[in-house]
Design a protein around this ligand. Sequence first.
Ligand code: KG4
Ligand code: ZN
Length: 370
Amino acid sequence: MKILAIETSCDETAASVVEGKGNKLKVLSNVVSSQIEIHKKYGGVVPEVAARHHVLNIIPVIKEALAKANITLPLLDKERVGVRSVGKKNPIDAIAVTAGPGLITSLIVGAETAKALAFAWQKPLVAVNHIAGHIYANWLPSQNQASTIKFPAVVLTVSGGHNLLVLMKKHLDLKTIGDTRDDAAGEAFDKGAKLLGLGYPGGPAIAANAALIKNEELKIKNLGVASQQSIKFPRPMINDNNFDFSFSGLKTSLLYALPKDKNWQKRIADYAHEYQQAIIDVLIKKTIKAALHYKVKTVLLAGGVSANKELRQQLAEAVAKNCPQVAFHCPDLAYTTDNATMIGSAGYFKFKAGQTISPDKIKINPNWQL
Ligand code: KG4
Ligand code: ZN
């Protein structure tokens, strides 16, 4: 079966077509129109600006996703075609859309478009939780497709808006066992980058600067100084007897450290490296602790921060070292930050479980908890 998936919860207008059979998914198209360049100048996402761009982008993005999947269908603009005739030859079996959490005005654009298409095409609709979408990116085809994911699994799902440890005993059974008390890891990356003058989004900028530390020659060429490893930031809540996180204190440590160091602008790579490592250390320690406590068979990584190469590599190494019997899996880079393919993946499993919704019943929820 084929699913058209739509994602507009933040600043990416995205549409994909995925094909599902059994527990296997095939990606027929993955179109993401990013607004990063637009929001960069404001230092973060401006909700009303994001919503306006979603309105402009949504139909062209859906058309492109259908075309790339070799599907030609009338949409709802110029070509109005009788519902029944479209329904008959329409290869799309269902429409999946992000219904929350996210920015209310952005969510509305995707949900209303999905609703209109579901009405016109007479197809079932699946409302998908954005975080569940990130988690289900793990079921998309990937380069390290060595193993099928076995339950129970623990998922570290980290992005700009959320920071959760989730226990999965079976499909669609998503139980939050750990959360952040304040900032999410992605938010910590973004706020830290702002303090270091590295711009938005902060994660890739901090990661790129931190990587210079690994290559001393490159660092000297770029920064004109040799490495000084004296900077040390706290690892908040790392030894606490729970699976929760807290990252706002880390950001405050950076805020206080910079004015005390006259040379900080020459040592951005040092600061970025230590700041990133502090976040990674806490994320890994808590994930391994959860994996051992719940005796899981698989550790999964998800969310925008899972694009971080150091996090991917260090978590894989930590799983291999601390629980060698446990498998580790993370999505391909293309499906780590916001995209609609992950929504199609979660949508497919929900559809299989009969969790569809009639178009007039769909409600967006900007604070939808897992
Ligand atoms: O999942 P996502 O695209 O949007 C939300 O659902 O929030 O995640 C965006 C977050 C941002 O905070 C961004 O800085 C972070 O993911 N991010 C990264 C990297 N790429 C994106 N963080 C660390 N390292 C990266 N390479
Ligand atoms: Zn996201």
